[in-house]
Ligand binder design. Structure first.
Ligand SMILES: [Zn+2]
Ligand SMILES: [Zn+2]
Length: 254
């Protein structure tokens, strides 16, 4: 694996290890381009504090730590500083403003929620119905159209009770949109290794049939995910078993 653009830090509250360990393990794993994309903060007007993303007070430290590691390790690895974020229409402008003063290189979309987090349930918490799946695809397409995000993380994260014709129709619509706009979808290595409901075979078949670009994201919540080449290889082999050749790097971030 040459590049990984999906790396978390302990600031999200559910990842382990120091920033430096992620960099050092990535180097050990042969990664040449390392993108940090921790769960992006949002500004909640009602003062809600999320349990799965950095606090507003931690943004400064996130950037200062990674900027200094980028300089320190520049001969061994290229570091980009990004965020993984939901696209939530009513919160997106305040988030843009919040992040506008930071040296942000990129964002990826990880749509864990389509509404403010204090008012809805995580997509992976319980099966959703057809209407909710259609809404998921609508919001993801709207968000990707905004041009903020380089790729779509764990596209098939929502738990779907029945992988029926609605599943095929909606994910085909999503994959066709991504293809037409030359945007990749992610093969989520964490989901694959941890045997979560994503990535699923049914979704992979759609990616292969439509010809959507795909890239592996480690979704590293612990540093060893970056050095464990057997995990990288297994994820790549899974894609290949569907005839999918994953892309190695993102244009503009190489
Ligand atoms: Zn996470
Ligand atoms: Zn995610």
């Amino acid at each position: 694996m040459i590049a990984n653009y999906h790396t978390h830090t302990k600031r999200c509250g559910h990842a382990a290890g120091e920033d430096r360990e992620y960099v050092e393990e990535a180097i050990k794993g042969g990664i040449k381009i390392l993108g940090f994309a921790d769960h992006a903060p949002f500004v909640y007007e009602n003062g809600f504090v999320s349990g799965m993303r950095m606090k507003l007070s931690e943004i400064d430290g996130y950037f200062s730590s990674l900027v200094s590691l980028r300089e320190e390790y520049k001969n061994d690895i290229k570091i980009y500083i990004g965020f993984e974020s939901e696209y939530i229409p009513e919160l997106v402008e305040a988030q843009d403003k919040l992040l506008s003063d930071y040296p942000l290189d990129y964002m990826i979309m990880g749509e864990h929620f389509s509404k403010p987090e204090d008012r809805c349930v995580h997509y992976n918490a319980r099966p959703i119905d057809n209407a909710a799946l259609t809404n998921y695809v609508d919001v993801v397409i709207e968000g990707m159209k905004s041009g903020r995000y380089k790729y779509l993380a764990h596209p098939d994260m929502p738990k779907v009770a029945e992988k029926d014709e609605c599943f095929v129709r909606e994910f085909t619509r999503l994959c066709e949109f991504m293809k037409e706009n030359d945007l990749p979808v992610e093969l989520n290595m964490l989901g694959y290794v941890a045997k979560r409901n994503y990535p699923c075979d049914e979704f992979m078949r759609i990616v292969a049939e439509v010809g959507t670009k795909m890239i592996i994201g480690c979704d590293a919540h612990s540093p060893d995910y970056l050095s464990d080449r057997s995990k990288h290889k297994a994820a790549k082999g899974y894609a290949e078993s569907f005839g999918i050749r994953v892309m190695e790097k993102l244009p503009g971030l190489c």
